[in-house]
Design a protein around this ligand. Structure first.
Ligand code: SF4
Ligand code: SF4
Length: 439
């Protein structure tokens, strides 16, 4: 939280937010919760912290959003600071608990509503506040300029064209089949991710483009409880897709970006039918289709031979419905796939979702403690490689790897596919073709 002088609590604003956030449904959920406790064991915060009853999902919402409704928004700053601890520090909004509640009570949506209240009073983790400023001024969470982004793509395109003949990274190509959007961490810290995507698209002979604006598909404003900025971010992407006349928006290997673009973003951006103006596809589905349709072929000699497991990102599997596609892609790439238990839509959150990673050092200790559930799951598989199609999960599992000495390699699908895919001769660099001919 920031150390800036604190403004008085604006009760009218809190009441407005409580009603705006589907107040009738929230109150109904709060009133039908029977305190049965069936959701408790589903939550990794609860199980990783000695089954502390204060970490059960029902208790967390009762003492935060429940109190906000009960007190009709008349709360103190101290109370909101208690909420801050709970709603950002004890829940990643993974939605696993809802699968175990006999009434299907959506705890994560209630935590999101409480985040909205705290955000309205300036009570937000600093790491998320910074991203809000960046989204507002530049349209991306890293505060990168359009020139720098386009320059990075062009640099990656030039470098990678040395490996794949004819490779280009087309910017703002009108009428392309897919508009590929990235996590802003990629151009900033992992530009090779963009290069790998370009290799896959080139070999799959995809008709694709990267937009010069609206290219950051992340939406941390959604986790900060800032609907206005969340709507602004996602609208930049939708508007660009409409302007370019593309058929689909493709999302990089990022979970929450998919949840935002496909499911929650339309509401943030004011589309009352809840549908994005252009269909949205996640990389997991796209890669699955390429492999299924033979547009990408894997060299059997380059498949992973050591045991491999797969992380179901909450917003790709449970909340995105792509758990079977993810497994199908792994099976194209690995000879010894070992699933975690539980898995698919019942898999545990890695502990890095809901904005936890960008919330930074303030939250790292509890992120590591609660992540033990995921670390134990990974260790039990005996895997040497964990395939992780989400940036947040990737960072969290990489940190858990160090914290719990898991001894695994953490990789994205892009990394494994580009290592193992067969490059047709027409895409081989001239020198390689000549050498082949001389053999
Ligand atoms: S949404 Fe996930 S992290 Fe939050 S209370 Fe439910 S199970 Fe726990
Ligand atoms: S399982 Fe549902 S009804 Fe039971 S305590 Fe949890 S939220 Fe309440």
């Amino acid at each position: 939280m920031s150390d800036e002088p604190q403004k008085p609590i604006n009760t009218a604003k809190i009441r407005e937010i409580l009603e705006m956030n589907d107040g009738a449904r929230m109150r109904m959920w709060l009133s039908i919760c029977s305190r049965c406790g069936l959701c408790a064991d589903s939550c990794f915060f609860y199980t990783a912290n000695g089954k502390d009853p204060k970490l059960s999902p029902a208790y967390k919402v009762k003492t935060t959003l429940g109190e906000l409704y009960r007190r009709k928004g008349e709360v103190t700053r101290e109370f909101l600071e208690h909420c801050y601890e709970v709603i950002w520090g004890q829940c990643t909004m993974c939605k696993r608990c809802s699968m175990f509640c006999p009434f299907g009570i959506d705890i994560a949506s209630m935590i999101a509503a409480a985040r909205g209240v705290c955000n309205s009073q300036g009570i937000v983790p600093e790491g998320l506040s910074r991203t809000i400023e960046n989204y507002t001024t530049t349209g991306n969470q890293m505060g990168m300029s359009t020139d720098d982004f386009v320059e990075t793509c062009s640099w990656m395109g030039e470098e990678t064209a040395e490996e794949i003949r004819g490779l280009e990274i087309p910017i703002d190509k009108k009428g392309a089949r897919i508009m590929y959007t990235v996590n802003a961490r990629e151009p900033m810290y992992y530009p090779q991710d963009i290069a790998m995507a370009a290799q896959i698209f080139t070999v799959a002979e995809e008709d694709w483009t990267i937009p010069s604006t609206g290219w950051d598909c992340t939406n941390l404003a959604m986790f900060a409880g800032n609907r206005a900025v969340a709507g602004h971010v996602v609208k930049l992407m939708y508007d660009k897709a409409v302007e370019l006349g593309v058929q689909m928006i493709a999302i990089t290997e990022c979970g929450h970006a998919y949840r935002s673009a496909k499911y929650e973003g339309p509401y943030f951006a004011g589309y009352r039918d809840g549908k994005p103006p252009v269909p949205v596809i996640h990389s997991v589905r796209l890669f699955y289709e390429y492999l299924r349709d033979g547009r990408i072929k894997i060299d059997p000699d380059k498949m992973l031979t050591e045991p491999v497991t797969y992380q179901d990102p909450c917003n790709v599997s449970r909340n995105g419905g792509l758990w079977e596609e993810g497994r199908a892609v792994v099976n194209y790439l690995a000879k010894d796939f070992r699933d975690m238990a539980p898995n698919r839509d019942y898999n545990h959150c890695c502990g890095g979702g809901g904005g936890f990673i960008p919330m930074g050092a303030e939250f790292k200790k509890r992120r590591m403690i609660s992540g033990k559930v995921k670390a134990d799951q990974i260790r039990a598989t005996g895997a040497k490689t964990v395939i992780v199609p989400c940036h947040n999960c990737f960072d969290q599992i990489r940190d858990l790897n160090k914290e719990y000495n898991l001894g695994v390699k953490v990789v994205s699908f892009k990394e494994v596919i580009t290592e193992a895919m067969i490059i047709p001769e027409k895409f081989l660099p001239e020198n390689d073709v000549n050498e082949k001919g001389e053999e």
